[in-house]
Design a protein around this ligand. Sequence first.
Ligand SMILES: [Zn+2]
Length: 130
Amino acid sequence: MPKNSKKPTRSKIVKKLDVIFSQYIRLKYSDNRGMVKCWTCEREYFWKNIQNGHFQSRRSYATRWDENNCRPQCLKCNMYDQGRQYEFGLKLGEELAQEMHLKSQQIVKFTSDELIEKIDHYSSEVKRMT
Ligand SMILES: [Zn+2]
């Protein structure tokens, strides 16, 4: 028997939100065939075969689940080309890139309840789009 059963751990909540938020971002930019273009190289992929790329790193919780900071990105751009951050920002436009850069430097602490609220929100959005 696990000691503190039932209540999900913080890291599990974060992981769950990352998964559902990633699905949301990829679906948000896909067409009615489920095809979506990589934000930085513009190659087209089925939404399940692409990733959720972050302009400002996932290390910052302030922008980790900010829709303005995230776009679909292929594995190559996101992982092997280190997110192509410069091109990513250029395509976002100077104003938004600057806004995300500043926001990412803020220290934001979400409570577990706030994270669970986000999971619920994005779960229903994903359900609506699939
Ligand atoms: Zn790409």
